[in-house]
Write a protein that binds this ligand. Structure first.
Ligand SMILES: [Zn+2]
Length: 218
């Protein structure tokens, strides 16, 4: 069989880059996210929440408790440029998604924050999801507007107000009309962000909205 250069590259990448534990970077041969030692400090959460999920989301799928090695890995993803962590988390979260096609919408960053960070960590999680489930198409259907404000140091009520009505559809949002949509974010705190995103997508015609987050602050 003839291999094109891009195929050769992907084969070579797979050979020279086996997966590493997201906690301690030890080499793993079973494709897991964490090694046995780190797994002792990982709290894997039940896959689907239906109660207490802010409307118009119908379900929320959560990977882990935001603590210990999971928190460290996610801080590396968000602030340390380790976008590969996002891809690995997305590949893992793909197991939580029923086998039906749909659209994946990453929660956007405010443009000013995107300029500073250079990437949207939620988009990298979405890319991991799409790598395992190509029938889930990524669509940057939302933009975050308004005054950029750090959520650090805000109480829960202020944070809810800080994110209200700051998401609006982009030109691409017409693609979500009539579709099942997965909203992807890295961390769940109060649900205010995902809820505001879901409202904007519902207005754009999304049919069934579900949330998928890598970790929840409990
Ligand atoms: Zn480890």
């Amino acid at each position: 069989m003839m291999l094109w250069p891009s195929n050769l590259l992907s084969v070579a990448t797979r050979v020279v880059a086996p997966s590493r534990c997201l906690g301690c970077s030890i080499l793993l041969d079973d494709g897991a996210l964490f090694c046995a030692s780190c797994r002792e400090w990982v709290e894997e959460l039940p896959s689907v929440w239906t109660l207490g999920v802010p409307r118009p989301l119908v379900t929320l799928h959560v990977g882990f408790e935001y603590a210990g090695v999971v928190k460290d890995a996610m801080l590396d993803l968000k602030h340390g440029g380790r976008t590969a962590v996002g891809v690995r988390l997305g590949e893992y979260l793909a197991r939580r998604v029923p086998p039906r096609p749909g659209i994946v919408v990453p929660v956007p960053l405010h443009p000013s924050r995107l300029r500073v960070r250079g990437y949207n960590q939620s988009l990298w999680i979405a890319r991991g999801l799409n790598r395992v489930r190509p029938d889930l198409t990524i669509c940057n259907a939302l933009r975050r507007e308004g005054k950029a404000s750090s959520q650090k140091g805000h109480g829960r009520i202020q944070r809810r107000e800080a994110v209200s009505e700051v998401f609006s559809p982009t030109r691409l949002a017409s693609r979500v009309a009539g579709q099942d949509v997965w909203l992807v974010d890295d961390v769940w705190v109060t649900g205010a962000t995902l809820s505001a995103c879901a409202v904007a997508l519902e207005r754009a015609g999304a049919r069934r909205l579900r949330g998928l987050v890598a970790a929840e602050v409990t």
